[in-house]
Design a protein around this ligand. Structure first.
Ligand SMILES: Nc1nc2c(ncn2[C@@H]2O[C@H](COP(=O)(O)OP(=O)(O)OP(=O)(O)O)[C@@H](O)[C@H]2O)c(=O)[nH]1
Length: 864
């Protein structure tokens, strides 16, 4: 650097108001050699000059100096100027450090090497600098040191030379001509910064060590970064390499730029910022969903997990960061933190796509009733449906060809009635299990010659569970042995009291075979419909249920839909369960093409992408793309559902389900060997109802537990209780697959007790029976002295020697005991597997008959 910028002896002399000779003499003792006024001076030589003249300007007494500085500048102005005048402009630095290494120290950079002003080339060319000579000083031939302190030079204050940048500005001392050439310093154009100079200067007691130079950085407005550049420029390489390494001011570079803001202000600013932050937090508003993980809540509250967990603890909720809390708890935490909150409303695709809002009364119009026919096998359901259709479809609709699409409409007295063509409660309940409640009225067909049969009872209970109105059609009235009174009598036993006996159940005697009583029956259906006041809004997007669906070879997926609300139009986009499609063609039950299907209309449509399931609910939607998205989402949900075992009510977790509010009604199906037991259990169980749970026996019947019971239990989320009756192997397997809880008992009070304790959450069964297998008694042998030996064939599972057994006759338990002996031919056997024959003797039981079933089981410890 010094090679580039020449600073000649005469220039230095001029700057310091010394002769060239004096300068040369100053340097000579340190750097001997021939020099003249044109000799360029090296950095080290310059440093010596600066040191020399700086020291020459040292004040004699600090006391005097400090005393001077405390006086108002105005008073002192003329005097110090005069005093300082004869002196060299150097600051009073009693430093003896004149070594060439001096500039290497950071302090040395602050040494006023700036004899710029007097220099002819530098002075005039410079734009006014902060330290520009004031008129008074100019009059004295040199500018005052930094102008702001008329008290004269003081220790540590450099730059007393004319034209030198003011220290207050923290300009690094500069040699004339150097900075502009290097472009290291934004000299010109930098406006004077008066803040520092005008600050009342307190006497600064500075402990200065002999031989060191100190940069006064206490003003907090020293731009130290500038010194780094100067260091690089000024420090000779050999000096740089000495010591523990370069010690740049950069370490302190985090200081604010000179003159921008003093340290006190920074603190104030920080406080202000903190306050602002606090204020911002105070007005924080967050949204909380119905359930939120604690860590997520903490994030939203801008708190740590620990803070939130602590607050929860104080609120009496023990939850860790990964646990979920409900909205109310989260809201309490928000209140504790004084954070505003509101409930997060999650709009699902379903909500956006499907408008499930209720209709306003003024938009509702009467709709025709939807009727299902149920009853015991062979009581004439199909015959009745055919009779109704024959009388009202083929006869009245000229040219109409009856289509079996799963539902049809008949017209009576100018009003329509829709019949579901699938008789029996199986289809009805299967549909209900899928969430579809499509029927308004159930016609219960009871053969007058047969009376109430098991499936009649089931049908009654299925209809009751679905909450539909029942009309009894007493069929086969043409038969001579028909006894409608007996039927009515039996009906009362099942809670259906005929009208003529003071009840509200309409009973119509009919003959499906002879087409008698059909008109009366239909009239009664209309009457019941009037009572139900069935209404729908035809002026909205259609909603309904898939009644039937199949894959047609030529037409692709074909589905029968029953429109329940709104009107379905040809061309509509519909979503049914996980299937999406556009209604390409629509035909009614008479095979006619139609374009609009108002409420209670069954239609057959084509155009779906896949075959939906019967019972699926369909919606006509506006956005096909979104519908596909929803279908995909539903498929995903279905998969997840399959993964998780279906949550069905069971006695084991009854209490937890009650506590979680999942159960309000405990539905029970009671099956027993005799009607008396059914009634007894029913009354006893229903008495168990308490404030939280209502125990409802939705079906009670005599006989084995069958698939039909399972179906009802499945649809109504019920548990099955059996007394002295048991499910057969297939039913048990199905129950297991469908997660239906079947409990079997021998004594009523055991059942009552178990359900009661389960409701109280005290049910802790330690043992549970595990059925090992069944064997059918094929032959019996009487052995004197031993008793009866049963020759059996193991039908499923295995029979184990130590197992307990029960004897079943027509699925009714007739004995419970243990195995006395188990033999394969003449040998004792430990166990006999399925498909083998064996001989069995039972402990204290000899009344075994051919056809009996022996069930072997063991009691196993049960762990939840
Ligand atoms: N005498 C007489 N026989 C009838 C009447 N209704 C039906 N039947 C007869 O009863 C038998 C059973 O009739 P279905 O209509 O098949 O009875 P279902 O209830 O539909 O029977 P499933 O479909 O097996 O459940 C048939 O042989 C019919 O002919 C009737 O009103 N009078």
């Amino acid at each position: 650097m010094s090679n580039i910028i020449k600073y000649r002896v005469h220039e230095v002399g001029k700057d310091f108001e010394r002769t060239s000779k004096e300068i040369i003499e100053t340097i000579a003792p340190y750097y001997p050699g021939n020099k003249n006024h044109m000799t360029s001076l090296e950095d080290a030589e310059l440093d010596i000059v600066f040191e020399k003249f700086t020291q020459d300007n040292a004040v004699e007494s600090f006391e005097k100096y400090f005393a001077d500085t405390e006086k108002p500048p105005e008073e002192k102005k003329p005097a110090p100027a005069a005093q300082a005048a004869p002196q060299a402009p150097a600051a009073a630095q009693p430093q003896t450090q004149a070594a060439p290494q001096a500039p290497a120290s950071p302090q040395a950079q602050a040494v006023p090497q700036a004899p710029a002003a007097p220099r002819p080339q530098a002075g005039p060319q410079r734009p006014p600098m902060q330290g520009a000579p004031r008129p008074a000083q100019q009059g004295q031939g040199r500018p005052m040191q930094q102008g702001q302190r008329p008290g004269g030079p003081r220790p540590g204050q450099q730059g007393q030379r004319p034209g030198q940048p003011m220290q207050g500005q923290n300009r690094p001392p500069m040699r004339p001509g150097q900075a502009p050439a290097q472009g290291q310093r934004p000299m010109g154009g930098q406006p004077p910064r008066p803040a520092q100079p005008q600050r009342p200067q307190q006497p600064r007691v500075q402990t200065r060590r002999e031989g060191s130079q100190i940069v006064d950085t206490r003003g907090s407005n020293v731009d130290l970064s500038r010194y780094d550049e100067r260091i690089d420029a000024l420090v000779p390489d050999r000096v740089k390499n000495v010591g523990p390494g370069k010690q740049k001011f950069k370490k302190n570079n985090n200081r604010r730029p000179a003159g921008v803001r003093p340290k006190v202000e920074t603190e104030a600013e920080k406080l202000k910022r903190l306050e602002l932050e606090k204020a911002r937090k105070a007005t924080l508003k967050i949204t909380i969903p119905d359930e939120i993980v604690v860590s997520e809540l903490a994030t939203r509250l801008k708190k740590t997990n620990a803070d939130v967990v602590k607050k929860l603890m104080l609120l009496g909720v023990m939850a860790n960061a990964n646990q979920v809390v409900d909205f109310d708890t989260a809201a309490l935490v928000c209140e504790e933190f004084k954070v505003k909150y509101e409930r997060e409303i999650v709009v699902t695709i379903e909500e956006r796509l499907i408008d499930d809002s209720d209709d306003a009364d003024e938009n509702l119009e009467p709709r025709s009733p939807v009727v299902v026919v149920m009853g015991h096998v062979d009581h004439g359901k199909t015959s009745l449906l055919d009779a109704i259709r024959d009388a009202h479809v083929t006869a009245t609709e000229a040219g109409g060809i009856t289509q079996h699409i799963g539902a049809y409409k008949v017209n009576k007295n100018g009003r329509d009635i829709t019949f579901l063509d699938t008789p029996g409660h199986a289809a009805f309940t299967a549909m209900r299990a899928r969430g579809a409640n499509i029927t308004d009225i159930a016609i219960l067909v009871v053969a007058a010659d047969d009376g109430i049969m098991p499936q009649t009872v089931e049908a009654i209970n299925h209809a009751k569970a679905a909450g539909v109105s029942i009309i009894v059609a007493i069929n086969k009235m043409d038969k001579p042995e028909a006894n409608p009174e007996r039927v009515k009598q039996a009906l009362t036993e099942h809670g259906l009291v005929p009208e003529e006996w003071g009840g509200d159940v309409i009973c119509v005697p009919v003959s499906a075979l002879k087409h008698e009583g059909i008109e009366e029956l239909l009239e009664m259906v209309l009457l019941t419909a009037d009572m139900l006041d069935l209404k729908a809004n035809p002026n909205r997007a259609a909603k309904g249920t898939v009644v039937e669906a199949k894959l047609d070879k030529g037409r692709g997926p074909v589905a029968t839909l029953l429109v329940q609300n709104g009107t379905l139009h040809a061309g509509d986009v519909i979503i049914a369960g996980t299937v999406v499609g556009r209604v390409r063609a629509m035909t009614d039950d008479k095979g006619r093409k139609i374009t609009d299907a108002p409420p209670s209309t069954p239609v057959e449509i084509i155009g779906l992408s896949d075959v939906p399931a019967a019972g699926d609910i369909f919606h006509a939607v506006a956005d096909e793309k979104m519908a596909r998205e929803l279908a995909e989402q539903r498929r995903q949900e279905e998969k997840e559902k399959q993964f998780k075992s279906t949550q069905k009510v069971s006695l084991d977790d009854l209490f937890s389900q009650i506590q979680q509010g999942e159960i309000k009604d405990l539905n029970i199906i009671v099956k027993a060997d005799v009607q008396g037991s059914v009634e007894a259990v029913k009354t006893s169980l229903e008495r168990l109802s308490n404030d939280e749970v209502r125990v409802r026996v939705i079906h009670g019947g005599v006989g084995a537990i069958t698939d039909s019971d399972l179906m009802l239990a499945n649809a109504s989320n019920a548990i099955i209780v059996g007394f002295n009756v048991r499910p057969d192997a297939q039913t048990r397997e199905n129950a297991h697959a469908q997660n239906v809880d079947i409990r079997t008992y021998r004594v009523i009070y055991e059942c009552i007790e178990e359900i009661e304790t389960a409701m109280k959450g005290m049910l802790a069964p330690k043992y549970r029976e595990n059925v090992l297998g069944h064997a059918e008694v094929r032959q019996t042998f009487k052995v004197s002295g031993i008793g009866t030996i049963a020759g059996c064939y193991v039908t499923d599972g295995k029979i184990v020697r130590n197992a307990k057994v029960r004897v079943l006759r027509d699925s009714v338990v007739i004995a419970e005991t243990e195995l006395d002996s188990l033999k394969r031919f003449k040998d004792d056997a430990k166990e006999v597997a399925q498909g083998y024959e064996c001989g069995m003797g039972l402990v204290r039981y000899n009344d075994i008959k051919e056809g009996d079933v022996i069930e072997a089981y063991v009691m196993e410890e049960y762990r939840e």
